[in-house]
Design a protein. Structure first.
Length: 229
């Protein structure tokens, strides 16, 4: 297979992913509409609704990540840096996942100063927060906390839960681990890879954005942290 054929295949694949993303997004809208109109009858039906909503959201998120990574690799996507208020961006992601939070009986705490503003690509960073929040809702027991603050010249965005925490292998230099995308546990960890790439797109002088993973955090479970310069 020559280089031109490989390029054509990549373009066709990206186009197909784009079409699938639009279809899944439409499916997700319909699922949310059904869940808003019909209350589940009993815990079994409630679990089925929750699983349906979560899987549709997860697939939609992963297709968006794949398309974004393709655009990055082909120099079609660059960070559009501007100043934004963190409270606006984070509240939007909470609202985006409110139905799933409600059907999962998860209590979310948002800790951010309304006056906190920073320079970053709001769409890319919002995508990272959304994907991490979606993952936390699935694995937490009952609580999730999102916080943002300035820490020694960095913007620190944290998403913590009271679940089981991250596997040990993911705690070992996640920025490096993410570059491999496959951590040996049968999962691609596309979200981790995507988050690391988005962080690295934010630079200031000699500072480059990064991600960190911790356990035994504020809620006792795992904590994802995004640092932006």
């Amino acid at each position: 297979m020559n280089k031109n054929t490989e390029l054509d295949f990549a373009t066709v694949l990206a186009s197909s992913v784009h079409d699938m993303k639009n279809s899944v997004a439409m499916l997700l809208v319909n699922v949310e509409s059904i869940l808003e109109r019909y209350q589940p009858k009993g815990p079994e039906e409630s679990q089925s609704f929750k699983s349906l909503h979560y899987e549709a959201s997860r697939i939609n998120g992963e297709l968006i990540q794949l398309l974004s990574l393709y655009r990055m690799d082909h120099k079609l996507l660059t960070a559009q840096i501007d100043e934004y208020y963190l409270s606006d961006m984070l509240e939007e992601q909470v609202a985006r996942n409110q139905l799933l939070l409600d059907t999962s009986d998860v209590n979310l705490e948002l800790d951010v100063d309304d006056a906190l503003a920073w320079y970053f690509d709001v769409d890319l960073v919002a995508g990272v927060v959304h994907n991490v929040l979606l993952n936390c809702i699935r694995y937490t027991k009952a609580k999730v906390k999102i916080s943002a603050q300035e820490e020694r010249g960095w913007l620190k965005i944290s998403v913590a839960d009271d679940g089981q925490g991250y596997p040990d292998i993911m705690l070992q230099q996640p920025q490096i681990m993410a570059e491999y995308a496959q951590l040996g546990d049968g999962q691609t960890h596309l979200g981790l890879f995507f988050a690391a790439r988005i962080a690295q797109m934010h630079k200031q002088a000699d500072k480059v954005g990064r991600i960190e993973l911790r356990n035994n955090a504020s809620l006792g479970g795992g904590e994802f942290i995004l640092y932006l310069p």
